[in-house]
Design a binder for this molecule. Structure first.
Ligand code: NAD
Length: 361
């Protein structure tokens, strides 16, 4: 098994270095090959996703990705901005399903933005469609508004679009995931207003017929945003489109205390995937040994489970993360008043120590 390791920008190299060590510890036979991506690749090769990196990702069984982006690239044309590397990898690898678990560890209940009784025990999974929707819809562009009260004024437009097969395959992913969890899917759309959402709702309902053991409910996105903070534990699996999923998954992230705790998996039809923390490159923390590496370590666990077929190693990593939290280790983002924060490397070393001790006993 080969893993392409793409650290990227900002805190990417620090958190990926730690996660790669953890991966090597639990799965020593997995071959890790490093590549450049994002702003780091632009600086070296003049492109955020050089052909060598793309080839490496295509040849690998899975990709471990750090984060890309920095304000210093803001003036570049859109096609050369670091974030384009992510879109390029998703498209080239056909990664259409983004799985984002939002789990609140009992040790971190106080770090959540909500009261403990509302979030305690939270364990939800957001399944976000990744290759369609307004981010990729055509036509898009700028023009002079042809009509309406602002006719003749400059305007910009993007088109939200979904095809039936795109909705079918993401619905299957959500229903299958729910079968392994609490057997409930909430499909989130805006079918009261949007034509593409009406199609979404029809197709998800049709696919549901093949999963009689799973309960399906439909919810408008505005209500879903509200319910996520009112009664988040009423959800099990949420399936939604690219734009709504982008927003709702960040909202869910905050329920768990810190975006520094949340892993994600992006999968294609063959089970090949890219695994990355939900957060960005946090340029404010770069090079300071202050970033929380746990989201990236937990992404490596998801990689073992979903792409490398080693659920046992995945569980070992997840248990080690729980153990270091139980021991009281906290990076600054999850530390509370009076708690001493440890750095990125020290948190990683603590996870490695737990794995080592466990191997000895
Ligand atoms: P961000 O996620 O990088 O940071 C948001 C906040 O969370 C910051 O205060 C940061 O310090 C904190 N944070 C993030 N990760 C953390 C961690 N592991 N430990 C502790 N704190 C952490 O989002 P942003 O500030 O909006 O964006 C910064 C850059 O990242 C931008 O260039 C953006 O385009 C890019 N970005 C990249 C990705 C990606 O690579 N997948 C995702 C989102 C944003």
């Amino acid at each position: 098994m080969k893993v392409a390791v793409l650290p990227g920008d900002g805190i990417g190299p620090e958190i990926v270095a730690v996660a790669a060590k953890v991966l090597a510890r639990v799965a020593p036979s997995v071959e890790l090959e490093f590549g450049d991506v994002g702003g780091a690749a632009f600086d070296k090769f003049g492109h955020p996703l050089p052909t060598t990196t793309l080839d490496l990702a295509k040849r690998a069984d899975a990709v471990l990705f750090g984060a890309v982006g920095d304000w210093k690239y803001d003036a570049l044309p859109r096609a050369l901005r670091p974030e384009q590397a992510l879109l390029g990898l998703r498209q080239a690898l056909g990664l259409f399903a983004n799985l984002r678990p939002a789990i609140l560890y009992s040790e971190l209940e106080a770090a959540s933005s909500l009261r403990a009784e509302i979030v305690s025990g939270l364990d939800i999974l957001i399944v976000r469609e990744l290759t369609g929707d307004i981010y990729f819809g055509t036509p898009r562009g700028r023009r002079m508004a042809p009509d309406g009260p602002f006719a003749g004024a400059p305007e910009a437009f993007d088109t939200m679009r979904y095809s039936e097969p795109e909705i079918e395959r993401i619905a299957h992913v959500a229903f299958r995931a729910a079968q392994k969890r609490r057997a409930k899917v909430t499909s989130v759309d805006k079918a009261n207003v949007l034509e593409s959402s009406q199609l979404w709702r029809e197709v998800v309902s049709r696919i549901h017929a093949a999963y009689p053991d799973v309960t399906l409910e439909h919810m408008y996105v505005d209500n879903a945003a509200m319910q996520l903070v009112r009664a988040p534990k009423s959800f099990d699996v949420i399936v939604t489109g690219n734009l709504f999923g982008d927003i709702l998954s960040d909202e869910a992230a905050m329920l768990t205390g810190s975006i520094g705790m949340l892993p994600s998996a992006s999968l294609n039809a063959a089970g090949q995937g890219m695994f990355e923390p939900c957060h960005g490159s946090a340029p404010d923390l770069a090079g300071k040994d202050r970033a929380n590496p746990l989201a990236t370590i937990l992404s490596a666990a998801m990689m073992l489970r979903y792409s490398l077929d080693d659920a046992n190693a995945a569980t070992r990593i997840e248990s080690a993360v729980k153990e270091v939290l139980a021991q009281g280790l906290r990076t600054a983002d999850i530390a509370h008043l009076g708690e001493v924060a440890v750095g990125t490397r020290e948190m990683g070393d603590a996870v490695l120590r737990v794995l080592e001790n466990e191997a000895r006993t």
